[in-house]
Design a protein around this ligand. Structure first.
Ligand code: PAF
Length: 280
């Protein structure tokens, strides 16, 4: 049976007891409204740990003023049942008051420069400050040995890796592969915002990423690959924030330079902003 904990002292006591027994603790932070992608992270964490804690906390500090904080879907009963099915031991449910004891305005902030300032950082100013601030607090609360983050949020994973290295958290970070619907759409809590005329068009993002990969591997100059990707998305009715090819650290590669790459897209379909990526 999964145990739901809402008090920090109780969480700390549970984790202390596990560690006293020599058990390794895994952690999967989430904002709830869980789907197969989240559950795959719980199962991944299980491979690295004897016990798994997952948190559900819709973090106000990572949403911009015109973003979807208030309408972000909250489904606590389904989340609890799903986490139990995935093998999670403890569901940690902090309140806004316990996460930010001095209030959101007076909260100490954690900022990771560089990797958090490009792409999502340009289009969602302050977003990664909110993510790093809450993830640092969650790490202090849970004190895991290993934490799992999804590769769908590719840049978030890169930012968290830098945060952990820079602040020397003794936590191993593992990345879980993107889980897709049958038509290629990357699973996301925000997919449910898509209207009936938008949902069938949403997998275009994955098709465009595949085409960008193929063009890049065929030696097409990067600027052309990115322009083609943007155009294909616009032709399908998307408002494009970016469609780019980057090195794994998100810096810009030179044409002809060998090495692994990732194609990343962020684009809006109506009011829904979708992100996805493809490593190659
Ligand atoms: O990826 C998410 O769901 C959130 O950004 C996270 C890591 C739980 C922090 O609020």
């Amino acid at each position: 049976m999964i145990e739901t904990i809402t008090e920090l002292d109780a969480l700390r006591a549970r984790v202390r007891e596990w560690k006293r027994q020599g058990l390794r603790v895994g952690f999967v932070p989430t904002m709830g409204n869980l789907h197969a992608g989240h559950y795959s992270l719980v199962m991944l964490a299980r491979q690295y740990a004897d016990r798994v804690v997952s948190s559900v906390f819709v973090n106000p500090t990572q949403f911009g003023p015109n973003e979807d904080f208030t309408r972000y879907p909250r489904t606590p009963d389904a989340d609890t049942a799903g986490l139990e099915g995935a093998g999670c031991d403890v569901l940690w449910l902090p309140t806004v008051e316990s996460m930010y004891p001095f209030g959101v305005e007076l909260a100490s902030k954690v900022r990771v420069p560089g990797v958090s300032q490009v792409l999502e950082g340009e289009h969602r100013p302050g977003h990664f400050d909110g993510v790093c601030t809450v993830v640092s607090r969650l790490f202090h609360q849970v004190q895991p040995d290993v934490a799992a983050f999804g590769k769908k949020d590719y840049q978030q994973l890169a930012v968290i890796r830098q945060l952990v290295a820079d602040l020397q958290f003794p936590i191993e970070i593992v990345g879980g592969g993107i889980v897709r619907e049958a038509d290629g759409l990357a699973m996301s809590s925000r997919n449910q915002y898509l209207g009936p005329d938008e949902r069938p068009r949403a997998p275009t993002i994955h098709r465009v990423l595949l085409a960008m990969r193929d063009a890049a591997l065929a030696g097409t100059p990067r600027a052309q690959v990115e322009a083609q990707g943007s155009r294909q998305l616009q032709d399908a009715g998307f408002d494009v924030d970016y469609a780019v090819v980057r090195r794994p650290d998100l810096s810009e590669p030179a044409d002809g330079e060998p090495g692994p790459r990732v194609a990343l897209v962020a684009a809006r379909l109506g009011r829904t902003r979708l992100i996805d990526n493809l490593e190659f």
